[in-house]
Design a protein around this ligand. Structure first.
Ligand code: SAM
Length: 245
């Protein structure tokens, strides 16, 4: 059953309201009727089940039956920092990392980023990424939205990483294997993936000074989008919940 996202304002005691495209989808595509069951989340880790009271293409009114903490969220707080890529390449990354249970995503500008700081569509771009994250959440039945942070510069990313136990910079010139990582006390990881042109050595040096270690993803050069997904999947396997319980 598809999971619908309800915002806190639309949630009153034991009642939820779904409007907009989701209401249209429930009514016209899924053709759900009063008494049918729906599965929902608040996007902050709580799941609900409910029963439809009234349905129209504009608004679906639901009685909440159960409320419980989600079982689909990882115990790993994982931040992916992706160097800004050309065109809409970041869109696919957001879809994939939502499925992989990433906690937050930080796009950043570095020396070889092709899109230059200030040339992106700003607020509109972030809203577009947030919409993609919301749609992906519903598809994969997660209960926490990926937090999409506004673009940062490289120094801000390094400052953000303070307090993370695992600081991993993926660099094709590294020969360190991810297999050496073991869960720490504070299970908080931050991952750096470079742009199409890769990181400059100077950037890796700064990252290492800030406590990062550089890691390899093997002998082949992966596209930045592939590297992001591969790194997050492997880290979720080693430190999070993809290796089973
Ligand atoms: N321009 C670089 C080159 O040709 O050597 C390749 C950059 S790669 C397309 C983009 C990013 O993906 C890199 O900055 C790195 O973060 C990551 N990446 C790709 N392949 C990797 C590998 N084999 N090991 C570690 N990181 C890798």
């Amino acid at each position: 059953m598809q999971k619908f996202l309800i915002n806190k304002e639309a949630l009153s005691v034991n009642k939820a309201v779904i409007q907009g495209q989701d209401a249209k989808h429930i009514c016209k595509v899924l053709r759900l009727k009063p008494q049918d069951a729906v599965s929902m989340t608040d996007g902050h880790g709580t799941d609900f089940t409910g029963c439809i009271d009234k349905v129209s293409p504009e608004c679906v009114e639901i009685s909440i039956l159960t409320e419980k903490k989600s079982l689909t969220e990882s115990n790993l707080d994982l931040t992916l920092c992706s160097a800004m890529l050309k065109h809409n390449k970041m869109d696919e990354t957001i879809k994939q990392i939502t499925q992989l249970g990433v906690t937050r995503w930080i796009p950043f500008y570095c020396k070889r980023s092709v899109p230059l700081s200030g040339t992106q569509k700003g607020k509109k771009q972030i809203e577009r990424w947030q919409t993609i994250a919301r749609e992906s959440l519903k598809q994969c039945r997660r209960s926490c939205l990926v937090e999409i942070m506004p673009p940062m510069d490289f120094q801000q990313v390094l400052a953000f990483s303070k307090g993370c136990t695992h600081k991993l910079a993926f660099w094709e010139a590294s020969d360190r294997s991810l297999a050496v990582t073991v869960p720490g006390e504070n299970n908080k990881a931050v991952v750096l993936i470079g742009p199409e042109g890769g990181f400059e050595e100077e950037e890796i040096r700064c990252a290492v000074e800030s406590g990062f270690m550089s890691y390899s993803l093997g002998p082949r050069i992966l596209r930045a989008e592939t590297a992001a997904v591969c790194a997050c999947g492997l880290i979720q396997y080693l430190l999070g919940d993809m290796g089973g319980s």
